[in-house]
Design a protein around this ligand. Sequence first.
Ligand code: UFG
Length: 341
Amino acid sequence: MKIFVTGGAGYIGSHVIKELGREGHDLLVFDNLSTGHEWAVLYGKLITGDLSDKLLLNEVMKEFRPEAVIHFAASIQVEESVREPMLYYKNNINNTLNLLEAMRAAEVKNFLYSSSAAVYGIPVKVPVDETVELRPINPYGTTKEVGESILRDMSVAHDFHYIALRYFNVAGADVQGRIGQAYSKPTHLITRALKCAKGEAKKLSIYGTDYPTTDGTCVRDYIHIDDIASAHVQALAYLMDTGESDVMNCGYGHGFSVRDVVSAVKKVTAINFPVEEAERRAGDPPVIVADSGKLKAKTGWEPRHNDLEFIIRTAWEWELNSVRKIKVLSSKARTVIRNGH
Ligand code: UFG
């Protein structure tokens, strides 16, 4: 199948690309490489371009004529969204509209959307399922809620079909060790803790120790990146088979506190690094854990790496080997690249 993938050079996008590529799909990645990397795209063609460049986007969409679009490209940091809300509204909403318009112009009807657990805010029940009212508590979550609303309205008005996957806390690296997370300024807990273990950061700050949880730190549902990737493959197959639009959680249903994660990182790496207790970080909900029953029941998705230490181990192996691996990947001949206007 021909699939157009925005943000396919980024952390989650590139792991989904490797699964879709392995299945033999014809992939076109559209990425501005602001946080993604050319070396991370293991399959398909990469076009460097920005979703604000409507001319390029429309041209590429019309030329490629995909059967489905997967939309990863977005700004994703909760705290940054509190500081820079306009950036989030522009990148996550305006650019999504540009993409949807280009799809309409090229008569592309199937869409997989990267949504987030951040749409729930502080959920009234945990694990949270998709039926609860959405009450995001930060601009990032609001942009994802608006994105979902646009899709819902489009599916009513037009011959348009979508699945929005609400990701919980995605972590870890390719089980085969080929690719992994490579942000210049990592903000995620597991990556930051591993940087401390590696000696690249002096100490880990725990943001908030007075939350209403068992040990006072925030609780999250950490899910392995390859299970997120397989969820996309299953969800896309389901969408193409049934044409049924839906919204599905993507997590394991277990919560770990920040302190649990720090202990697990110390155990896996066998390195004891300094940890300090710090102020709360803006926009953080205390507890968020997924009920992914719908995703499993409808698409047949079954997670394979539901183990915090395994998640950390894959991320740690990537941290230790990434410089060498990136060098090898970068030296390989790449596919067609065209710059935006
Ligand atoms: N944390 C620390 N110290 C750090 C980094 C993080 O204590 O150095 C804490 C955070 O305050 C939070 C928890 O660890 O309580 C997890 O933080 P992350 O930054 O790893 O992840 P978030 O929960 O903030 O956000 C992630 C994604 C969002 C998504 C959300 C869904 O980045 O896109 O999960 O739960 F919406």
